[in-house]
Every structure is written in structure tokens, then in C-alpha cells.
Design a protein around this ligand. Structure first.
Ligand SMILES: *Cc1c(COP(=O)(O)O)cnc(C)c1O
Length: 451
């Protein structure tokens, strides 16, 4: 589990530590904080703040490293990026070029993935509560596989596929009842979590599903949770999965595919981040000899370190505690208020590394007490209005979770790629927010104004 929101100044990493563990990020004596070769102050001046920055090379490097870990073990596996973590068309284009497919959790994501040129044969559909329309779209596009989350969904998929005159491929998402040892709100594989089919029922259901005419069960899927940091829960979950494959085969059925889900964690603060090699090792050890087609659904591990949320100090507010008020807020980056997550927060100015620091509460301007990014966090003591501040590792569950709360338009997005950079999403305007609203005629009719 990532560290709680109240920072511990005694153990928080220093700015030097943060740089040392992030190869894409450097501090230049003249330009200040530089991400993938581009000074952040240049982007702030041209685009404004707050703004989201994605590093293409970081994404490619991680996509290749993850793949290489499995290749090193001669373990063929398909990679389906969990696009709910970062869903921009440019992100999908980069990962498509790296040979990745996607794991989707909605019809909207399917549309995005198809628009980005991802082949239907590389799309897997997960998620609880898929609507009829979403299932129909999956069947019509003949995507690789629907991971069904319940008996009811399995029968609904069969009905829909029959109406379309198709046979849909499905996997049973099983809930192995493993504690992922992560934050409560991102644990998904325990009994009592809303996800998956109870593992004891799955074997019986597999037999039952064999009689369905318009669904072909290809195998099993799991997703244990997110930000998992140790091998134990992966090993436990995949071992149960392997046992189930053997049981289902013993009952006379074929199991062709096993989808291992996502969940690989990263270092946000001082966590010992698991390596892709650990994951590859555990999968090889538990599932490697079953002769099944393997796949994984990594999200955060690929996308989190690709992102920076760049923000400017609106003002500092002296008191107890002293506050730094940023122009970014919980509507932009929800994770700290939602999960009490710890993000690295760094000054962008070149003297940021050497200035004496003091402890601040770092907050946004939204009218909620939970609009806070960090408590008791070290930033330069002379931090002042106009200074640029970078919130690190915000590439996963960052922009995608933004809202327009407080009528704050969605911020711009920028892509850096090999020293080049461009705006990949214009900042939304308030006019756009208003433009889609209508006021019923009866409210605007003459005689309604008493002012
Ligand atoms: C969210 C999700 C993932 C990705 O999880 P990460 O922790 O970001 O790797 C993978 N599979 C499913 C089904 C998910 O819901």
C-alpha cells in the first residue's frame, strides 16, 4: 500500500532521491526541471497551467522492458494495456506500435481503441456491469475476448451473440479470494469485492457453459488488485488459477487461455517496486507449464511514470500549517483525495534542489477540505506565487479521472517525444462546458423574472 497522505518528513525521499529513481527527469542548472529533454518551464510558458505532460520515450521504454522480461524466459504472452489508466489516442498509438493490445472496461474505451487502430483481435473486455449495448458492440466487432464477471452476464452474452448470429469468445473472470495487500479501494480479488465469479463456483459454471451455443469459453481471467508490490499475492492467485485449470480439464473441458490481469505496482514514494522479471517469474512458475495462451493487463506500471502534472503556485498562505495553493486541484488529480496516495512534488526552478526547505500543506483551490495533495511536505522555504511545481508519476489514473467540478475545465495535455513536444489536447474552455447545457423553454418564458 502506498504511504498515507500525511507525509513523514523524516522518511520522505529528498528531491535528489526522486531524481535518482526517475531516469526521465533531470535538474538542469539553467533550465530547472527537465522531463525527457524538455524544460518544464518552456511548456508552462507556452501552454499554461495546470497541464498534463506525457513522456513517449518513458512509455516505450517500459513497454519494451515488460515484454523483454517475458522474452528472457521464453514465455510467449500477449500484452493488453489497461487503457483506463491513460486513454489518449497518442498513448494508444505508441503502445500499438510496441505490439500491445488493450484491456477495456467500457464501450467508450472500445470506441477509442478501435479509433486508435487497435485490432479487435487485440482487445479484451473486462469490467463488472457491461450493458447490453456494450456486449453487442463487442460481439459485432468480434473482439478477442469478453471476460465475463457473472453467471448472469455469461447468459446475457449468449443471448446477444445469438441475436447477432455470432459466437462470442469469453473467459470467466474468477475471484480467487486473494488479498492483494493494497489500498482497500483498489483491491479487487477478495471474497466480498464486487468483481469476478467465486472460485468455487467457477468449475461448475465452466461445465454448464459448455452447453451454450453462442459463447465459446476460452479460459479464465483474474485481476487481483492494483499497486501490488510483492510476489506473494500474485503467486497465490495464479496458483489457484492453475489449480482451477487442472480441475476444469479433469472434468473434460478445454482451457486454452489464461488472462493474468494487471496490478504490478510502482515506486511512488519509497516502495520497493516489483520488477517485470518478478512477474514473469511467478507466471512462468505457476502457469508456464499448462500449455495455455497467456496474457497480462498492465496499466499503472506502464503509464504512471510517463506523466507529470505541471502546476503553478497561485499563492502561499502563512499560518499553522503554511499552505501552498496550486492552480491544480482534486478535479485534475483525484488520487490523493480519493486514495490518500503519495505523489512526488518537486519545484521546477533550478535553485529548487539547493534552497532550504520547510514543510507545507500543498492544496488546490477547490472548495473541499479534501482538495489536498500533501500534508507536511518539504518544498523550498521561499516558495512563492508564480513558482512552477511538478506532481510526479501522475500518468496513471490521472487525467482520465479528472472532472470539471467547480466549473474547472479539463486541463491541456502535452506529449514529449525525443526532444519534440506538442499539445495533444487543447485545454477545455468554460464556454464548452456551458455549450452543451440547455435551459427548458418554460424557464425562459416571459414573466419568470421577478428581479
Ligand atoms: C484496472 C485493471 C487493470 C490494470 O490495473 P493496474 O493496476 O493499473 O495494472 C487490469 N485489468 C483489469 C480488469 C482492471 O480492471
Amino acid at each position: 500500500m502506498s504511504a498515507p497522505l500525511p507525509s513523514d518528513p523524516a522518511t520522505d525521499p529528498s528531491f535528489h532521491d526522486m531524481l535518482d529513481t526517475r531516469p526521465s527527469l533531470t535538474m538542469d542548472a539553467r533550465d530547472g526541471l527537465v522531463f525527457e529533454g524538455v524544460p518544464l518551464h518552456v511548456i508552462a510558458a507556452a501552454v499554461g497551467t495546470p497541464c498534463w505532460i506525457t513522456g513517449a520515450e518513458t512509455l516505450r521504454r517500459r513497454a519494451k522492458a515488460l515484454r523483454a522480461a517475458f522474452e528472457a524466459r521464453n514465455l510467449p504472452i500477449s500484452m493488453h494495456f489497461a487503457m483506463k489508466s491513460q486513454d489518449h489516442q497518442a498513448t494508444l498509438a505508441i503502445l500499438r506500435q510496441c505490439g500491445y493490445g488493450v484491456d477495456i472496461v467500457s464501450g467508450g474505451e472500445m470506441q477509442r481503441a478501435l479509433h486508435a487502430g487497435i485490432q479487435p483481435s487485440k482487445i479484451v473486455f473486462s469490467g463488472v456491469g457491461k450493458s447490453d449495448a456494450e456486449l453487442r458492440a463487442a460481439v459485432e466487432h468480434d473482439i478477442a475476448q469478453v471476460n465475463v464477471e457473472s453467471v448472469e452476464e455469461l447468459y446475457r452474452l449468449d443471448d446477444i451473440a445469438r441475436a447477432c448470429g455470432r459466437v462470442a469468445r469469453a473467459a470467466l473472470r474468477v475471484n480467487p479470494d486473494v488479498d492483494a495487500d493494497t489500498h482497500d479501494k483498489i483491491s479487487t480479488g477478495r471474497a466480498g469485492d464486487k468483481f469476478g465469479i467465486e472460485h468455487r463456483r467457477a468449475v461448475a459454471l465452466y461445465s454448464e457453459a459448455a452447453s451454450l451455443k453462442n459463447v465459446r469459453l476460452v479460459g479464465l481471467a483474474v485481476h487481483l488488485g492494483s499497486q501490488m508490490l510483492t510476489a506473494g499475492p500474485f503467486r497465490e492467485g495464479y496458483t489457484r488459477l492453475a489449480d482451477m485449470v487442472r480441475e476444469i480439464r479433469a472434468a473434460g473441458h478445454t482451457v486454452e487461455a489464461v488472462d493474468c490481469g494487471g496490478g504490478l505496482g510502482i515506486r511512488y514514494r519509497d516502495e520497493i517496486a516489483p520488477s517485470p522479471d518478478m512477474l514473469a517469474g511467478v507466471i512462468a512458475e505457476t502457469l508456464g507449464d499448462l500449455g495455455v495462451r497467456l496474457s497480462i493487463e498492465p496499466g499503472r506500471w506502464l503509464s504512471a511514470p510517463t506523466g507529470i502534472l505541471l502546476s503553478r503556485v497561485i499563492e502561499t498562505k502563512a499560518g499553522n500549517p503554511d499552505f501552498v495553493v496550486l492552480d491544480a486541484a482534486m478535479n485534475d488529480l483525484a488520487r490523493p483525495s480519493l486514495y490518500e496516495s503519495w505523489h512526488g512534488i518537486m519545484p521546477v526552478a533550478p535553485n529548487g534542489l539547493t534552497s532550504p526547505t520547510k514543510l507545507w500543506d500543498i492544496v488546490g483551490p477547490v472548495c473541499e477540505s479534501s482538495d489536498i495533495f500533501a500534508r507536511d511536505r518539504a518544498l523550498p522555504a521561499d516558495t512563492k506565487r508564480g513558482d512552477l511545481i511538478a506532481l510526479l508519476d501522475t500518468g496513471a489514473y490521472g487525467f482520465v479521472m479528472s472532472s470539471t467540478y467547480n466549473s474547472r475545465p479539463l486541463a491541456a495535455q502535452v506529449l514529449i517525444d525525443n526532444g519534440k513536444w506538442d499539445i495533444i489536447r487543447q485545454p477545455q474552455s468554460v464556454a464548452e462546458l456551458i455549450a452543451v447545457e440547455t435551459v427548458p423553454e418554460w424557464l425562459t418564458a416571459a414573466g419568470n423574472d421577478h428581479g
